[in-house]
Design a protein around this ligand. Structure first.
Ligand SMILES: [Zn+2]
Ligand SMILES: [Zn+2]
Length: 385
């Protein structure tokens, strides 16, 4: 049993700068493994966590997706898991325990090991002041060492660098999985993507791979619209701007114009598939209305714990739209991970437009600020051991 001590970016208090400090992992539970972190994407969800909007309780280490190298394996981790010291592993935001109700019926993205914790995450480390520190989302990727359930590490074989592969655990699984596993986009179908951040831009690439017809991207940030254009979007819509022929200045009328623009680009009906990757409830209501009758809508975003979603009754109840929930893209990590890695390796998915910058752990506050201002599509926290 070794002692693992290293730097971590600890959320000590809501809305306060991250505390970059030395922590020591607690004695390893036999069901867990210790992973030396290579890279963790700074996810926009952690801007919300930092603001205290999603029930994460300090002191905690944020970062719910990561990649690294196994340095210790607990004695109760089964050999069949293929996890050994030195193995590179992806650490996604969702475990697959294999035996809970959800895993046993083939829906591991709702695994009880995470979602029946009641939002209370295990303490994994101790600060030099004696404080017990939890790992938010059971990952805690903004740290040099992670203590992770043996059910939440997945061996990966690839020559690609870890900063690219770190995105497999959140943005790629959710974005690409939403297209292939949930919406199941068919060749020629029209697709509208609401929000062109790190999820939306993966969705866009996956929709193109699936052979989508017209792809419309709705995004208020000019730079992100430009990236969507480079990645093959046919129609770019600014929901904050008055549309052609409109003189609206308010957001509501801008949204109405945006809705009209989506419909105009999709035969006047609305899109066959709408992929929402924005978060605000208004974006999700918009997404439902932007789909045609009997269309499919995949919702991935969330804004604040306890928020509710207003939906138009006729369009929702009477017009056969299917509203689908995406948690981790409904991926099966054990099978989908290596397939998505293959798409990256063959250049069919391009990470370059999505990785805006790389930061050392000391740059965690800067990464958060630039995620919050939308300047970064995705900043990657990289570790130089
Ligand atoms: Zn995320
Ligand atoms: Zn499970």
């Amino acid at each position: 049993m070794s002692t693992w001590r290293g730097e971590a970016g600890v959320l000590r208090a809501i809305k306060e700068p991250f505390s970059i400090e030395q922590v020591e992992l607690l004695r390893l539970d036999p069901t867990r493994v210790v992973v030396k972190t290579h890279a963790s994407p700074f996810c926009s969800t952690d801007v919300k966590n930092w603001k205290g909007l999603l029930y994460k309780i300090p002191p905690t280490i944020l970062g719910h997706a990561s990649i690294g190298e196994v340095v210790e394996v607990g004695s109760a981790v089964p050999e069949s898991a293929g996890i050994r010291v030195g193995q590179r592993v992806v650490v996604p935001g969702t475990p697959e325990c294999g035996h809970c109700y959800y895993c046993s019926i083939g829906e591991p993205w709702q695994c009880s090991e995470l979602f029946d914790l009641g939002g209370i995450y295990p303490d994994i480390a101790r600060g030099d002041d004696g404080a017990l520190i939890s790992c938010a989302g059971c990952v805690g990727g903004y740290a040099e060492y992670m203590s992770i359930s043996g059910n939440q590490v997945f061996p990966i074989e690839s020559d690609l660098p870890s900063d690219v592969l770190s995105m497999l655990g959140c943005g790629i699984s959710t974005g690409v999985g939403s297209v292939f596993n949930i919406a199941r986009v068919q060749p020629g179908e029209s697709v509208a993507i609401v929000g062109a951040g790190h999820l939306g831009l993966w969705m866009l690439q996956a929709a193109r791979l699936a052979g989508a017809g017209t792809v419309v991207v709705v995004e208020p940030h000019e730079g992100r619209r430009a990236l969507a254009g480079e990645l093959g979007a046919d129609v770019l819509v600014d929901p904050g701007a008055p549309g052609a022929g409109g003189a609206a200045e308010g957001a509501t009328e801008g949204a109405a114009d945006a809705l009209a623009a989506v419909r105009a680009a999709t035969g006047g009906r609305g899109a066959d598939v709408v992929l929402e990757a924005a978060g605000p409830a208004v974006s999700q209501s918009f997404s439902v209305q932007a789909a045609r009758r009997a269309g499919r809508i995949v919702l991935t975003g969330f804004e604040i714990g306890g928020a509710t979603l207003p939906l138009p009754q006729v369009e929702t109840a009477l017009q056969s739209r299917s509203i689908l929930s995406s948690q981790n893209g409904q991926v099966h990590m054990k099978s989908d991970l290596q397939r998505y890695t293959g798409l990256l390796e063959r250049g069919l998915l391009d990470p370059d437009p999505i990785i805006t910058r790389r930061y050392p752990l000391a740059g965690l506050d800067l990464a958060r600020d630039r995620s919050g201002t939308l300047d970064d599509v995705c900043g990657i926290i990289v570790f130089d051991h």
